[in-house]
Ligand binder design. Structure first.
Ligand code: PAF
Length: 282
């Protein structure tokens, strides 16, 4: 299994793969891999001749220094997990200086309002930071396919917009959210929760499922209010947002027009661990 730290070594290997007509799959991650990431990696392994997993905690997509500092890290475990899928998968682990040729510089994009609400509203420049790093990874790996999880649905739409802006030819493959038995969406941040917090966090997906069942029949504002109240009965839980948005434009909806497709999006801070999830409503 190859673990590569330098861009020039990646470029050599990518050039060889392209010359020999091999298809390249890229799974960008920030490490602390869980079953959700492993599903992406397995899909890449099934579809592509060559698979790269990148592991880099990108500082410029964090608006909160504490969130960045406490982001879970476990490279040894990550490498073993990838190995358990296949020893043929390549891993790219750059440091900040290597990937950014020095200090990171944020690029500012026009995401056509896709970054105004939800995560974009509460995490200033988060999506510019994500797009800056993904753009670098795309030009380094020149992948045929790039893999993302549906849990970060807004991120997926942002990346689609990025590839339009930068006129990059790449296929985006979106894999469904992988959940714990109790419904909690898998996330590297779940490692920061205690066992009881993990159990109690089942309320997040339960709330989304309740919305899916009832959003048609109840007034949106009152249903949202009652869900937030019931989540916040637990003093450790604080709802940052609960919104229903158009699946394509991510515009927040106060009323529903059933000809369109909607999703519900939620962000809950559990003892200051930020958890997000979303569900397709119709
Ligand atoms: O989804 C993530 O883990 C990150 O935002 C990504 C796409 C790896 C960019 O740092």
């Amino acid at each position: 299994m190859l673990i590569v730290h330098r861009k020039k070594n990646v470029t050599k290997l990518i050039d060889q793969s392209i010359l020999s007509g091999k298809s390249i799959g890229l799974v960008p991650t920030m490490g602390s891999l869980h079953k959700g990431h492993l599903t992406l990696i397995k899909q890449a392994k099934d579809k592509n001749d060559v698979v790269w997993v990148s592991i880099f905690i990108n500082p410029i997509q964090f608006n909160n220094i504490n969130d960045f500092k406490k982001y879970p890290k476990n490279l040894k475990k990550d490498v073993n997990l990838i190995k358990s899928i296949s020893k043929k998968i390549n891993v790219f682990v750059p440091n900040e200086k290597e990937i950014y040729d020095g200090t990171p510089k944020l690029k500012i994009y026009d995401f056509k309002n896709l970054d105004i609400e939800l995560e974009g509203k509460y995490r200033e420049n988060h999506f510019n930071g994500v797009a800056t790093i993904v753009s670098k990874l795309l030009s380094l790996f020149k992948p045929n396919d790039i893999y993302f999880g549906e849990k970060d649905y807004q991120q997926v739409l942002i990346i689609k917009q990025l590839i339009k802006i930068e006129k990059i030819t790449v296929n985006i493959i979106i894999c469904s959210t992988v959940r714990e038995k109790n419904g909690l969406a898998l996330s590297s941040r779940n490692n920061l929760l205690s066992i009881s917090e993990r159990n109690e966090s089942s309320i997040i997906f339960e709330s989304l499922s309740f919305l899916k069942k009832n959003f048609n029949s109840l007034k949106l504002e009152s249903i949202k209010k009652s869900i937030i109240q019931s989540i916040e009965k637990n003093k450790k839980f604080k709802v940052e947002y609960l919104e229903i948005a158009d699946s394509k434009t991510l515009q927040i909806q106060q009323e529903i027009n059933l000809k369109k497709s909607y999703r519900a999006f939620i962000c809950v801070n559990v003892n200051e661990v930020r958890l997000i999830d979303n569900i397709l409503l119709n």
